[in-house]
Design a protein around this ligand. Structure first.
Ligand code: ARG
Length: 465
């Protein structure tokens, strides 16, 4: 360490170099630099607006701060460990640039309300970016759904073939999950967008500040009503990491399906060259690295949520240095969700092709139309449970003779029950099996068209504002 740091005249000794390093957050909170400058500009303007400093002084501060922003963009602002954190780094550089007036910036402010402001400005920006990425992800799902209304795929429960469904229906299930994610982030945005600026270190300030004024400049929707809460609340970060975790749950479930759909055993999709990788030793292989990585990265986001909960649970009011530990989890949570959404959207858009022939074969080669045979009898007056038992027997004998239901002759059907007529073949055809599930939210084609219309409207409505 070049220069050893002395805090103020209260301190006689210097900080031990290892402790200085241990204390410092500059290596990661530099991520907040843009927001720190934006927050400081609003604070400086507020100080002038309330007459705490002169207008000309505020102008110098703002110009100096903008210069630092520029230096950062140009890669010229590279603070060292002596600066401890982004807030000190900016203040120190500001004093270098504008001279003694720079020392006025921190009037009526503490790093506690400052860092709280920065992290909220950062997170609300990131929430907007993630919401827009969710829209892109939804759009690619919707595009596939529109192309595959009548493509059928086995529907599963317990990972056993259950009933055939429209591929669009399957994909739109993920659309709906993403819709909830999008809405949830909107709600969290509202609770993130509250200004703690002016809460001071913990108790407010003696200066006649105008918290509403700086909040308005920063486009915050409201201000904290209690200064202790203002400097120590990280609920919004927990809520964000919870929402991020749910996004990852959804992406990871989709990943799992894509991975086995791409396997030789399923072959429901094939991987294009733009998003698949090969093996260094087995030349025949094409690996679904993208969904595997997404599934793998899910754990770290859950970890950050857990980390943040534990960080907060024992903290007395108000600010404690523990809170410096909030940042890396938030930053990595944001970066992970963003990279996964981007990769998954590209992967869905150009990395996969649905193998329509294989899918058609899959829905024709099983007994997933058995419910429809039972329904056939139930509609004709046989109590459903009785019909169910009878069809169970049919499946058993068919399995024994290596036949599918469609292979039974009309005589065989009628021997099983006299109510069977020739229309049974139409009833058990996969397309028909899907078409008749026309209850609201079901897989019937009419329902899918309505679901697609709803999905489009949801995407369009968000483009309005
Ligand atoms: N780097 C600190 C953090 O991230 C800034 C706030 C420091 N406040 C304090 N009272 N030491 O939390």
């Amino acid at each position: 360490m070049s220069k050893q740091k002395k805090w103020s005249e209260r301190f006689e000794g210097n900080l031990h170099p290892s402790i200085a390093r241990f204390n410092a957050s500059i290596s990661f909170d530099i991520e907040l630099l843009e927001y720190d400058i934006t927050g400081s500009i609003a604070h400086a303007k507020m100080l002038a607006h309330t007459g705490i400093i002169a207008e000309s002084e505020a102008q110098k501060l703002v110009q100096g701060l903008e210069k630092i922003r520029q230096e950062h963009h140009n890669g010229e602002f590279i603070p060292g460990i002596d600066e401890e954190d982004v807030h000190f780094a900016v203040e120190k550089r500001l004093i270098d640039i504008v001279g003694d007036v720079g020392k006025k910036l921190h009037t009526a402010r503490s790093r506690n309300d400052q860092v709280g402001t920065d992290i909220r400005l950062y997170l609300r920006d990131q929430i907007n970016k993630i919401r827009s990425q969710l829209r892109d992800f939804q759009q690619v799902l919707l595009d596939h759904a529109q192309n595959h209304v009548e493509t059928l795929i086995p529907g599963y429960t317990h990972l056993q073939r259950a009933q055939p469904i429209s591929l669009a229906h399957h994909l739109l299930a993920y659309f709906e999950m993403a819709q909830r994610d999008w809405e949830r982030l909107g709600e969290i945005y509202a609770r993130t967008n509250i200004s703690p600026l002016g809460c001071g270190a913990l108790a407010g300030t003696t200066f006649p500040i105008d918290r509403q004024y700086s909040a308005q400049l920063l486009k915050f929707e409201g201000i904290y009503g209690n200064s202790l809460d203002g400097v120590s609340d990280r609920d919004f970060a927990i809520e964000f990491l919870n929402a991020a975790s749910l996004i990852m749950v959804h992406l990871s479930r989709l990943s799992e399906e894509l991975i086995f759909w791409a396997s030789h055993e399923f072959k429901f999709i094939s991987l294009t060259d733009s998003c698949a990788t090969g093996s260094s030793i087995m030349p025949q292989k094409k690996n679904p690295d993208v969904p595997e990585l997404v599934r793998g990265k899910t754990g770290r986001v859950f970890g950050h949520l857990q980390g943040m909960l534990v960080l907060m649970k024992g903290l007395p009011l108000s600010y404690n240095k523990d809170l410096q530990e909030d940042k890396e989890g938030i930053f990595d949570g944001v970066a992970t969700v963003k990279s996964c959404l981007e990769a998954m959207t590209i992967f869905l858009g150009e990395g996969i092709e649905f193998c329509k022939e294989r899918l058609a074969q899959a829905v024709a080669e099983d007994f997933s139309n058995a419910t429809d045979v039972a329904d056939y009898l139930a509609v004709r007056g046989i109590p459903f449970r009785e019909a169910y038992n009878l069809v169970g027997k049919v499946v058993k004998t068919s399995l024994a003779s290596g036949k599918l239901l469609k292979d039974l002759s009309l005589e065989e059907w009628q021997a099983l029950h006299p109510l069977f007529e020739a229309d049974i073949y139409e009833i058990i055809a996969p397309k028909q099996v899907v078409a008749v599930r026309n209850s609201y939210g079901g897989t019937g084609f009419k329902q899918i068209h309505q679901a697609i219309a709803r999905a489009k409207a949801q995407i369009e409505s968000s483009q309005l504002h």
